[in-house]
Design a protein around this ligand. Structure first.
Ligand code: ADP
Ligand code: MG
Length: 319
């Protein structure tokens, strides 16, 4: 049964369900949390907001909203090579519905438990449905995977597969049925935390693919002062995506669609074996999709080495 309660009761419901961590000296309930960062580590902090209708379809299940709100934040820490520890949660709710909050927590806390992340505080307000999460994690000094580290000659790699989330969104926008496998990738992205950790000391640069491959690659190239070429027909695609989308439609979903939360990273060619070992140790598929070049801008080739840049120019934030 769904019911509405006072905001205080909502917070109490949240507090009762959160897991402990020894480094959380004081969690939910006081004016602020007291946390013990490990000696000698740098603190890594990220924040992302999800707004109903903008970042997820309004009819998305509360548990999926909860999962995704944390996943997109963990993905940012993964892209830094950081180990996540704590998070805070600001919830804006149209009404104090216990059904929504319990469902939300089912997804949020399942992912939090998987990564041993403790929810240590937050804020609860009335307003249009919006979820803002901040995550805190740690990294060894000097080990962070930054956007500005790509070097000429680096291999360009991507984890997992690309295009599924955008494919689900396009099916939703077309008003038709959404393939359940694609929908799962949109609603429940997998933050590549263990791959990010395994790439410390190997990857020269890294970013997570949230805006779309070309846009995010553009960020890396701009920050690093380099260019890149990539084989758009060599992008890793899931079997469902291959079965449902062909040719130019699939290329566009894979190259420009967002919301995949895969890691896009570069590494020196001599570390190819180390990259593959890191992928194996974190049980994550990786694919080499191109190379970093001295020539600025993105050069997009098809499977035959034919240049395609012009047809994607509008998506090239970097050119
Ligand atoms: P204050 O008025 O001091 O900000 P609040 O009533 O906003 O206190 O919050 C009380 C406690 O509950 C604080 O410890 C806060 O961090 C926690 N809290 C509030 N909302 C949430 C939430 N959505 N998720 C987790 N903790 C929350
Ligand atoms: Mg408050």
């Amino acid at each position: 049964m769904d019911s509405t309660v006072a905001e205080f009761d909502l917070i109490e419901r949240i507090r009762r369900r959160v897991a402990a961590r020894p480094d959380v000296l004081l969690g939910i309930g006081d004016d602020a949390a007291l946390l013990q960062p490990p000696v000698g580590m740098h603190l890594v902090v990220a924040m992302d907001t999800l707004n109903s209708g903008v970042h997820f379809p309004p009819e998305t299940a509360p548990a999926d909203i909860g999962w995704k709100a944390l996943a997109v934040n963990l993905s940012d820490l993964a892209a830094m090579g950081a180990s996540p520890a704590w998070c805070t949660l600001s919830l804006s709710l149209p009404d104090a519905s216990t059904g929504f909050v319990e469902g939300f927590l089912d997804g949020f806390l399942a992912l939090a438990a998987h990564h041993d992340v403790a929810l240590v505080g937050g804020d609860t307000t009335r307003g249009p449905l919006s979820v803002c999460v901040a995550v805190h994690g740690f990294i060894e000094p000097g080990q962070a995977l930054r956007r500005d580290g790509a070097c000429v000659g680096d291999d360009l790699w991507v984890s997992g597969t690309l295009g599924d989330a955008a494919a689900a969104l396009s099916q939703w926008q077309a008003g038709g049925a959404i393939d359940p496998a694609l929908r799962l990738r949109l609603d429940r992205p997998t933050p590549r935390v263990s791959l990010g950790r395994a790439l410390r000391g190997i990857a020269a640069s890294c970013i997570d693919v949230s805006d779309g491959l070309l846009a995010d690659l553009g960020h890396v190239c701009k920050a690093s002062g380099v260019g890149a070429w990539l084989d758009v027909d060599g992008l890793p695609a899931s079997p469902v995506l291959r079965a449902s989308f062909d040719g130019e439609a699939r290329r566009r979903l894979q190259a420009t669609g967002g919301d995949d939360y895969e890691l896009l990273f570069t590494a020196p060619a001599r570390l190819r074996d180390s990259v593959l070992k890191a992928a194996q140790s974190s049980q994550t598929r990786v694919t080499c999709i191109g190379q970093i070049t001295a020539v600025p801008g993105l050069r997009i080739q098809d499977g035959h080495g034919q240049l395609l840049s012009n047809s994607y120019a509008s998506f090239d934030h970097f050119a």
